[in-house]
Structures are given as C-alpha cells and as structure tokens.
Design a protein around this ligand. Structure first.
Ligand SMILES: Cc1cc2nc3c(=O)[nH]c(=O)nc-3n(C[C@H](O)[C@H](O)[C@H](O)COP(=O)(O)OP(=O)(O)OC[C@H]3O[C@@H](n4cnc5c(N)ncnc54)[C@H](O)[C@@H]3O)c2cc1C
Length: 439
C-alpha cells in the first residue's frame, strides 16, 4: 500500500489517496478481495482525466502503472494483447516499426489502455471510425468477488458493453485485445484551411469528411465581432512514403512552476489567439507533411503544461450537441466569449454517426467542443453550470472524463442507458465522480 497525492489532470481537487500498485496481474485478486462497501476501490490509469472520475478520495486506488506488458502481437493481422496499464506511447513504440498504429488516438499519448477503454476515448477520426471501444476485441475483467471474466461482443456481452466507457466501475481490466490500424508511413499529410464562423466550419467538415480520415478544428473562443468563431481546420491522412519511425518518449520542454494567476487573462488569451491564428493562416490551403507525434499529440512536447493555469488549476468542459443544433452551439460560444473566461485551447470537431458498444459512451453524432477554463472559483463554476443547462436544452451531452461539476440530473439525461449500466457496477468500486452523480 502506498499513499501519495494522486491528482486529476486539471489539478483540482488535489487529494491524498491511498493506492495499491500491483506488480503482476496475479496480485490483483487478493487486492480486490480486500475492498468492502465502505472502503471502495477504483482502478487508476495515468491520471489524464481532467476531473474526478479517476479519483476515489473516500476509498483507495489500484494504480495500474506496473501492469504495462505487451502479451502478444500478431504482426500479420495487427492484433495486440496488452496489460491495461501500458501507455499509448509505449504501445506505439512497439507497433509502429511494423506498420501498425492505434485505431483511435486522443490528444495525448500518455493514456493507458485501461483508461482509454473506461472512457471510450475518441479522436480526430470519430466521423470515420467511431471511438476506441469499436476496436476492443475482448477484455479480461476482474471483479471484487474474485470472478475473472472474458468479455467481448460474443461472451458476457452486457458486461463488455458496460465496461467500454464504464468509468472504471465494473471491475479491473487486467488485459485487453485491440485491433490496430495498418499504416504505410509515420508521417501525416495535413491540410490547413482558415474559416470564419460556424457555417464555414460546418461546410468544411462536410466537404472533408469522405476524403480525410482525420478532421479537427482549433476555434478562437476569445474574439468577438468580425473574428467571432474564426478558426483553423485541419484535415489529415496517413502518408504513403514508407517511413516508419516511432516517436521517442520525453518532453521537449517542461513548465517548471505553476504560472501566477494574472498571467492568463482575457487580454493575454486574446493576444495569444491572434498570434496563433495568424501563424496558422499562413498555411491556408496548403498540405504539409508532419510526423504523427506533432500531429496527434502536440501537447506532449510540453511537460506538465497543466501548470500554466496556476495553483488553482482549471476546468475543462467538453460537450456535444446534435448536428441540427448549430444555433445552440453558436449561443454557447457567444456566452463563452462574453464571459471572457475561455482559454486558447478550444477544439471543435464533428462526430460521426457510429454508435459505440459502450452503454455510457460519450461520443455521439453532432458537433463537439472542448475548452479549458482557468479556475476562478464560483465565477467559473457558475458559467459551466450555465453551459450545462444550454447543452441539456439542446439535447446534447457533456464528457465525464473532463468533468468535475456535472449534476446527477445532467448525468442521467446525458446517458439514457444509465439504469442498464448500474446493474453491472461492482458494489465495491466507486469514484468521486460516481458518488456525486449517483449518490
Ligand atoms: C492533453 C489531453 C488531451 C486529451 N484528449 C482527448 C481526446 O481527444 N479524446 C478523449 O476521448 N479524451 C481525451 N483526453 C482525456 C483522456 O484521454 C481520458 O481521460 C483517458 O481516459 C485518460 O486515461 P488514463 O490512462 O490517464 O486514465 P485515468 O485518467 O487514470 O482513468 C480514467 C478512467 O479509467 C479507469 N481505469 C483506468 N485503468 C483501468 C483499468 N485497468 N480497469 C478499469 N478501469 C480503468 C479509471 O477508473 C477512470 O475511471 C485528453 C486528456 C489530455 C490530458
């Protein structure tokens, strides 16, 4: 048993957590048997969830960092079997030289396979391929009763579907078998287009969705008037030049200290956005070649970038609204601009119509926006609660992996299969998020 400060990525709340760090999968059964309804457990991946879904301050964590082994790799078919603690970065280092890539990548390679399954993560290719859960062939799940279950769409299907996007509450994923994507190059061909306004964004998204596997846009959420909702649309495909060089681990630079609070304000953010927009606009209409690392995981180059928000931490809010609700998206963005609280890292993306097997999966067809808010206490909380009401009103949903304010009512409305899911929750597992949204 170890006790240390386990934190979520947004640095709030910071709580001391007791954690077990098993070395081997064989150690898991005894650890799980120790849990009881009062002293609950929660699996922990790499803490890249922003909010409190990866914390369990009233119980303990089982940290999977030592369970990071590759168990099998079929190089012909591109199928890997791995322990759940392996990171995407480590997995790519093994598979990329053989021409296999992750089928779905979030914006960082510092996530574990277990964490990616439990949040059913999505990437820039959602419109084409759906979420990570579509590529999970099977999982081995351990429960606190000592049961070890193989789960897939053929065996223990309901438990499998509850575990994809199941927020770590259905048991401990000891290992998983994942289907990879064949690539001919580690370089990406990335086209840049400038857009002004959401209509132009929607038009680009429609035009590019059939020809490009990956599409995503950076949106300026700080500027108003003529610059309102301007952005940079990136469309990309894997290259074909035969080069297969995996990225090396390690950051290029690190943020050594938390920034002082005054460093980020509406003026510095507006200035940053202006500079970023101008720099990217130089490539308008051009297609350039980039290594996958800088395309998929740009923030990984900066160690501990979450410190730029200062000691108070920050909130990230990510939501999706149906395609027919672009007007609601516009009102939400206007509200954010007006508040002056939005940050520079705003990402807009169209999700496709693929329905994930996961009962609590977040991605669904629509327009999805993610952005950070430096934590200014009640002011920020009030704004996020307001945005939540607007998302609810538009029939959308917010993403639990990014959240620490969602109410029980919102959670139930966002996830209509909640009552079906509850039947699969291991009674000795819980999280701070789950206690908040479920009581
Ligand atoms: C810079 C950045 C960019 C991001 N971009 C995206 C994005 O584009 N798309 C997206 O979907 N997400 C994105 N995220 C969020 C991130 O992908 C998810 O929060 C992911 O689940 C984190 O994985 P983790 O290994 O750190 O897990 P943690 O955050 O430690 O845990 C996440 C959940 O997984 C559960 N869990 C972990 N291991 C296991 C296990 N072995 N068995 C059962 N449950 C387990 C935990 O209990 C918890 O509920 C981003 C995060 C960052 C920091």
């Amino acid at each position: 048993m170890s006790s240390s400060r386990y934190r979520a990525w947004a640095h709030i709340p910071s709580v001391a957590q007791s954690a077990q760090v098993p070395m081997w999968r064989d150690n898991l059964a005894a650890l799980l048997a120790d849990a009881d309804n009062k002293n609950t457990l929660l699996p922990f991946g790499n803490g890249r969830s922003y909010g409190d879904s990866c914390l369990n301050s009233k119980g303990g964590l089982i940290d999977s960092k030592q369970l990071d082994r590759m168990l099998a790799f079929d190089r012909e078919q591109g199928i890997v079997q791995v322990e759940a603690g392996i990171s995407f970065e480590a997995l790519l280092q093994c598979t990329v030289p053989h021409g296999w890539f992750l089928p779905v990548s979030p914006g960082t390679s510092q996530v574990s396979v277990g964490g990616a399954i439990a949040n059913d993560v999505h990437g820039k290719n959602h419109h084409c391929d759906g979420s990570f859960g579509h590529f999970v062939q099977s999982i081995t799940l351990l429960s606190s009763t000592g049961a070890v279950r193989e789960c897939s769409l053929d065996t223990n299907k309901d438990l499998f579907c509850a575990t994809i996007g199941g927020l770590g509450l259905t048991g401990f994923i000891a290992s998983a078998t994942i289907r990879l994507l064949r690539i001919d190059s580690t370089n990406m061909n990335v086209r840049t287009d400038v857009f002004h306004g959401l209509e132009e964004f929607a038009q680009l998204s429609k035009e590019r969705r059939d020809d490009y596997r990956y599409t995503v846009a950076w949106l300026d959420c700080a500027s108003n008037k003529r610059a309102f909702a301007r952005g940079i649309f990136l469309s990309a495909n894997h290259g074909t030049d035969g080069e297969k060089v995996a990225a090396q681990s390690g950051h290029k630079v690190s943020i050594p200290l938390s920034f002082p609070r005054f460093a980020l304000n509406r003026y510095t953010i507006r200035a940053f956005n202006e500079l970023y927009f101008r720099a990217q606009a130089r490539h308008d209409g051009k297609t350039l070649s980039r290594h996958y690392q800088s395309y998929f995981y740009p923030l990984d180059a900066v160690g501990q970038w979450n410190r730029i928000y200062g000691r108070g931490g920050f909130h990230q809010y990510q939501f999706v609204v149906p395609l027919s609700e672009m007007a609601a998206m516009e009102s939400i963005i206007k509200r954010i601009v007006e508040s002056g609280l939005g940050s520079f890292l705003a990402v807009l993306k169209e999700f496709g119509s693929q329905v994930s097997p996961g009962m609590l999966s977040f991605p669904r067809e629509g327009y999805c926006l993610a952005l950070d808010f430096a934590n200014r206490g009640e002011k920020t909380q009030r704004l996020i609660n307001e945005l939540d009401q607007m998302v609810l009103g538009a029939g959308g949903a917010a993403y639990p992996a990014k959240d620490r304010l969602m109410s029980a009512e919102s959670f139930a409305a966002y996830f209509p299969r909640l009552s079906e899911f509850k039947a699969h929750v291991d009674p000795k597992f819980s999280s701070d998020f789950w206690r908040r949204v479920h009581g």
